[in-house]
Design a protein. Structure first.
Length: 745
């Protein structure tokens, strides 16, 4: 046998191997401490052996032979040491089971997949991901921890390429998808488009699923180069054609908790139905003031109420927030479940609350006509919008009117159908609110705060969850009014606790990535718009503010606003007060929504402990240890909620457009890929025109000019161009809406 080919070291090389490298695997230890020392010596000896210049990767039995091990106990000790070194990533085992030192260009990271087969690996400490070709993924799944080896260094702006040597641990144990049956087997097409392969399902493991069934599938085998992953169906959620199944599918996909645990249900029995006289003692009584809540028509969890007075040129604004922490105690079952959820999830016509309805719609909700406990921020503000002084107090309120944005907007804008008679006594209060709101907004604008005044997608569904209308929903003066007051309270609270140097959870927003700023500047240059980026490492929010002003009223305003928003970083929660770029402020937190956001509930506890003088050194240490983990978890749960909301919205858009195949619409070109021109319709729905089906020419995407060019005719499609399209496909499985171009307008 050719020993070099088997990976064995030659007899000459074995003889040259030092005594240290071939340390006796039979050394006995007198005590536990010596045992640990000997274990480390053996590990070092193996590493020394494998790093020697004559070593070639060897199988386990070859290393056993090299060391001359005889007993099963000795062999097991060697195997244990090899396993330890593998787990420490100091050595690796190749696909043909040979052991070798971990190469210097090898890393451990998290795999992100793509439906086309390729993927990326994020490695801690590296700014850019590593690109993995489809044939080099080793069948890694989305979220897997993998060991990779660099194969090609970054060049011409491309990422460094790598190959996955092995999957260390799988992150996904089951998938949700759509079942596609065959004669004697079937496949589950994963909803998660970052999973490249469909899951093979033996017929006996299908649970009777039919074509189009939405199922949960447990993965039993992750597959390899020759076979697909396989699994068994464990639950059927519904059918893809059933409108009611969309929300359930998304909720299950993101593991969003729906039902509350038994210990939470038991704790709810101790929660009162109404505020008692005992609870009111020692609180500031605001019940004699005109107090209103202003929310959406369908809102039931009312976090915030407003009081406002004006005297001698001073506005006294009261922002009264539900005192949820009075009922949800730290470490209680309610608190643990609230932290587990992190936030309420608003999915079209369904709400998955952070807190049970007895709190979120009951004792904590600031419902009209009943006493409610609050944590209130009372601010004195001058006529230039400067906060002269403030107080943070525990209060009790009794809301006069539960208002909605539509009615308040009609009242303050003096619309013809405004319900004047119904709310006549409160109209002076709403006018004063509008007056102060404009002052606050002007001051915020002066310092550079960026206001993305973009229409949001509003989807109206019937009683069967079927979408019946999709339209653009604009903010109005009433929504801005409440937003202005909440932002001010959040800033005041954050600054107060920053200067007290107490542990706190802030809401931070970092300056944009310079690379994204450059891309934005290059894109809008095609519209003849100059964007000042010379000093973009220290770019000021005012530059973005000026940009939004320039495009105001232009046909491409909505599109460039979205591009500008995408250039921004994602806001997050942090224990460090690093400021909020978008709001152009140094101090910011989330204080005003403790019913639906855990960060707000968390800082309410800190504020109340400080008010009662209970923030001693022990409690400060407690919060210093607790808050970093809580802030990171809150940020993650917020992203999960945002992604779930986007998924439900997209599914409802697809369902809506599937009923309108053949319908014609006008839209605006909103983006490009190498194969597609993306078009946004007036109702905010976005779809794609495949350039492969443009019959007049062969089109290529010109990245430098951000346009699609015809090679023969020279026709050009630019961002913002108006087009006339026909809907040709809307597919929930592929999550796509396809258009056919009729003409360029």
């Amino acid at each position: 046998m050719n020993k070099e080919k088997t990976g064995e070291m030659s007899e000459e090389n074995i003889n040259e191997t030092s005594e240290e490298q071939l340390i006796d695997m039979n050394d006995e230890a007198d005590d536990e401490e010596n045992s640990d020392d000997i274990l480390e010596e053996r590990k070092e000896a193996l590493l020394l052996l494998m790093n020697s210049k004559d070593y070639k990767p060897m199988r386990f039995k070859e290393i056993v032979y090299l060391y001359g091990l005889q007993t099963e106990e000795e062999k097991q000790q060697l195997l244990d040491i090899l396993t330890m070194l593998e787990e420490e990533y100091k050595i690796i085992k190749t696909r043909n089971n040979r052991y070798m030192p971990t190469p210097k260009d090898t890393h451990v990271g998290i795999f992100t997949g793509n439906r086309k087969g390729f993927g990326f690996v994020t490695v801690e400490g590296y700014d850019d991901d590593f690109f993995i070709h489809a044939k080099e993924t080793a069948n890694a799944f989305e979220g897997d921890k993998v060991l990779i080896r660099e194969t090609r260094k970054a060049f011409d702006g491309n990422r460094t390429e790598a190959t996955v040597l092995r999957v260390i641990s799988h992150a996904i144990r089951n998938v949700i998808g759509v079942y596609d049956p065959g004669t004697s087997f079937g496949f589950v097409i994963p909803n998660n488009k970052k999973i490249a392969n469909d899951i093979f399902i033996p017929k006996e493991a299908s649970m009777g699923a039919v074509k189009g069934s939405i199922v949960i599938c447990d993965i039993k085998d992750y597959g390899d180069d020759k076979k697909s992953p396989s699994g068994i169906i464990t639950e059927i959620l519904g059918h893809i054609d059933d409108p009611a199944s969309d929300i359930l599918t998304v909720v299950k996909s993101y593991n969003i908790p729906v039902d509350f645990p038994e210990d939470v249900e038991r704790e709810l029995l101790t929660i009162p139905e109404s505020v008692s006289p005992e609870e009111i003692k020692g609180r500031r009584d605001f019940r004699n003031l005109d107090t209103v809540t202003i929310d959406g028509e369908d809102a039931k969890d009312l976090d915030d109420a407003i009081t406002l007075s004006f005297k001698d040129g001073i506005y006294t604004l009261g922002v009264h927030i539900a005192d949820v922490s009075n009922y949800v105690k730290e470490g209680s079952p309610l608190d643990k479940e609230a932290l587990n959820r992190g936030t309420s999830n608003y999915l079209i016509d369904s709400v998955i609350p952070m807190l049970p309805h007895k709190l979120s719609n009951g004792i904590c909700s600031l419902n009209a006509g009943v006493d409610r406990l609050t944590l209130s921020c009372i601010m004195d503000i001058d006529e230039k919008g400067k906060v002269l002084s403030h107080e943070i107090v525990e209060g009790v309120i009794n809301v006069n009117e539960r208002m909605n944005y539509t009615d308040v907007n009609k009242l303050i804008c003096r619309m013809g159908d405004a319900p004047v008679e119904r709310y006549k006594p409160l109209i002076p209060l709403f006018d004063r609110m509008q007056e102060l709101s404009r002052i606050i907004r002007a001051k915020r604008h002066e310092r550079g705060s960026i206001d993305f005044d973009m229409a949001e997608t509003e989807i109206k569904v019937d009683e069967n969850h079927k979408p019946v209308e999709i339209c653009a929903h604009d903010r109005n003066d009433a929504t801005r009014l409440i937003e202005d007051f909440m932002l001010m309270a959040n800033e005041v609270i954050a600054e107060d606790f920053f200067w007290q140097e107490l542990p706190f959870e802030y809401r931070t927003h970092e300056a944009p990535d310079p690379v994204k700023v450059d891309i934005l500047a290059q894109t809008i240059k095609n519209f003849g718009i100059y964007f000042k980026t010379a000093a973009h490492d220290n770019i000021h929010p005012k530059e973005f503010q000026k940009l939004l002003k320039k495009i105001e009223g232009e046909p491409y305003e909505a599109m460039i606003s979205k591009l500008t928003l995408r250039s921004m970083q994602q806001a997050r929660y942090s224990t460090e007060c690093t400021g909020h770029f978008g709001l152009a402020c140094k101090y910011y937190c989330h204080f005003t929504s403790p019913i639906r956001r855990y960060p707000d509930l968390q800082i309410h506890r800190i504020i109340k402990e400080q008010l009662h003088g209970k923030l001693d050194n022990e409690r400060i240490r407690h919060y210093n240890n607790l808050l970093p983990k809580v802030a990171a978890d809150n940020s993650m749960k917020e992203r999960r909620a945002d992604e779930a909301e986007r998924d439900v919205t997209r599914l409802k858009e697809i369902e809506y457009m599937s009923e309108r195949i053949g319908s014609e619409y006008k839209g605006v070109i909103s983006g490009f890929s190498q194969q597609n021109i993306f078009v946004e319709l007036e109702n905010t729905v976005e779809g794609a025109i495949s350039v492969a089906y443009l019959e007049d020419d062969y089109y290529r995407y010109d990245e430098a000019s951000m346009c699609m060019k015809g090679e023969r005719t020279g026709n050009v499609f630019n961002l913002g161009d108006k087009v006339h399209i026909k809907v040709v496909r809307a597919d929930k499985i592929e999550r796509v809406i396809d258009f056919k171009l009729l003409k360029k307008l």
